[in-house]
Design a protein around this ligand. Structure first.
Ligand SMILES: [Cu+2]
Length: 155
């Protein structure tokens, strides 16, 4: 089930839709609403301190660009794409991922993903890690904190 994160401004908007005589917020306070499912981080293999992770992100009410990610448990998180180059899968760091209004972005193994370096020792299977995602929504910054399950190989 998708978990919804709604800004205070949008909570005000939701209240305006109820029958109660709540004040109507200015239209400028409405904006994209982000939701996510399937947030995960792979437990690093063999004592290494790098790994990858993913999440499925959806946006409703406007276009956004995922610009960066961070976590207190992981020193560096990069946004990576994966593509076949001369018959070999190659990863490449990108500046951001665009998500159009009503669209879904899937970050997962073998595809677009989070690349994680200097992963903390608390990133072990069965635990969860909070990751802060930063977005640009038509010039306005937006933040979404996701709770990622740490998976072990085979899961
Ligand atoms: Cu990568």
């Amino acid at each position: 089930m998708p978990r919804l994160f709604i800004s205070a401004a949008l909570l005000g908007l939701a209240a305006a839709c109820s029958p109660a005589d709540a004040p109507t917020p200015p239209a400028s306070e409405s904006g994209p609403v982000l939701s996510y499912t399937d947030a995960f981080v792979m437990e690093p293999i063999g004592g290494r301190d790098l790994t990858m992770g993913g999440v499925t992100l959806s946006v409703d009410g406007g276009d956004v660009t995922l610009t960066s990610a961070s976590s207190t448990s992981i020193e560096t998180i990069e946004l990576h794409t994966m593509a076949m180059v001369d018959g070999k899968m190659q990863m490449r760091q990108v500046e951001g991922f665009d998500i159009g209004d009503g669209e879904t972005l899937e970050l997962k193994r073998g595809s677009d993903h989070f690349m994680m370096f200097n992963v903390g020792e608390d990133v072990v299977g069965g635990e969860t890690v909070d990751i802060t995602l930063n977005f640009d929504a038509d010039g306005e910054p937006m933040t979404l904190v996701i709770e990622a399950d740490v998976r072990t190989i085979g899961e």
